[in-house]
Design a protein around this ligand. Sequence first.
Ligand SMILES: Cc1cc2nc3c(=O)[nH]c(=O)nc-3n(C[C@H](O)[C@H](O)[C@H](O)COP(=O)(O)OP(=O)(O)OC[C@H]3O[C@@H](n4cnc5c(N)ncnc54)[C@H](O)[C@@H]3O)c2cc1C
Length: 499
Amino acid sequence: MNATSHIENPDVILIGSGIMSATLGTVLKSLRPELKIQLYEVTDELAQESSNGWNNAGTGHAGICEVSYTPNRRPDGEVDVAKAISIFEEFEHSKYFWGYAVREGIIDDPKTIINPVPHISFVYGQEQVDFLRSRYHGMSQHHFFRDMQYTEDRKLISQWAPLLVGGRADIPIAATKMERGTDVNFGAIARQLVQWLGRQTGCGYACQHRVTRLNRTSNGWDIGIRDLKNGRSITNSAKFVFIGAGGGSLPLLQKANIPEGKGFGGFPIGGQWLICRKPEIVKQHGAKVYGLSPGAAPTMAVPHLDTRIIDGEEALLFGPYAAWTTKFLHQGGSLLDLPGSMRWDNLSSLIKVGLHNIPLVGYLIQQGLQSMSTRMKELRNFYPDAKTEDWELIDAGIRVQAIKKQDGDAGIVHFGTEVLSDEDKTISVLLGASPGASVSANIILEIVQDCFGDWLETDDGHQRMKKMIPSFDETLMDPDMADRQAALSEQAERSLQLL
Ligand SMILES: Cc1cc2nc3c(=O)[nH]c(=O)nc-3n(C[C@H](O)[C@H](O)[C@H](O)COP(=O)(O)OP(=O)(O)OC[C@H]3O[C@@H](n4cnc5c(N)ncnc54)[C@H](O)[C@@H]3O)c2cc1C
């Protein structure tokens, strides 16, 4: 098997080589070793869009530091931390699955995919400090966050992350920290999973192959594919198709023309980072530090100063700076993607979302046009002594936020992830982007439960899934599961060399 192999009439066709297709392919093949699977990817290498290491922040989102997951107060006035607890549990599933992949030799060296990096929330000003204190009280009572530390002491914060404190004016600051945070290279995970899949009997993947057409048949789907190397069009058929094409998923869903896909639209948000590669600065940080979202910024644009470890290179990323774009994909995307996605069934939702989100659109345009000195001003809210010459602006990935009909009525852009399957369970599609790659194992588990649920009911299927994600049918957030969660977490972290 190699990067241009073709399996004729496989059981499953996967579209896209990002973390989602890669995870689904690996889970299905591990559940049913006799399964035939073919994956198509339009770019000339695997996982070059959102999953690529430099296109996302690589934060193993576990609800620890992302203050935006806990925006609401409970009736008693304390911060509601329920969402952070559920994200933590979903990230556990991913960690267990990656630990399994290492133990099984699917992933070679865990250092290429995940590294321990403490997760810190950092706030300034009395109002934000009061918020973080309340959040900490709520979170530290749960066994997931028992090890969380909180401080308002500048000296201690300076030990945790010196860049945050040097040169800072004398206003109240506070931070929480958990040592067991992670930096993840989702692109490296996707690549290794797809390469493993390609080595399995009955499986293959083909880069530079764009899926252009989906037609339902009595037995599944006929898929039209263009081989970009020679311009030839081919057709392949499968009983089940997964559209894991990231920003390219919406146009393909529209081509599949299933009733469940009616009314969906997409709202692309581009991104940029400031990056610093100077070892003397990079060495001083060693953390992922998340703050609170400024003004009209969408929740996924909360500022963060991140240690990144990609292909052995350490760097600091700051951002993301959002940007206005009408493209759905970086490579092979077109400025006509957004207008081209407009249909009668999603037009009213798109117009309503546009009208109700004028401040957001304004924010995106302003963000894209801002000068380097304005960007540095934002960075200095985090790192007051930052010098312009140490930082460079690079592009990040594009998130295509799913817009649902209900959201059109409510007038909001939906920032979650949306999984749609048809009634006959012959096709699944993943739309949206947040919280994304970190919870990929959980998203794929939902697809498997929905479309291949009967496989999990056999002894063999149940055991195989337990081996991959031991807690897949358990609720780790329950207080009496604390010991079980600690044991599973330790097993995964040992396999991933995080301990
Ligand atoms: C700026 C930014 C920061 C982020 N930060 C984080 C983070 O810190 N933590 C986190 O967990 N998540 C983060 N995310 C989200 C995360 O990157 C995504 O959720 C995840 O990578 C999506 O994976 P995917 O497989 O669905 O899509 P992708 O990785 O985009 O893969 C889709 C693939 O499909 C291919 N494709 C598209 N159309 C076709 C076609 N017609 N035929 C064949 N192939 C096609 C594409 O080329 C691409 O390779 C971030 C995203 C962005 C943009």
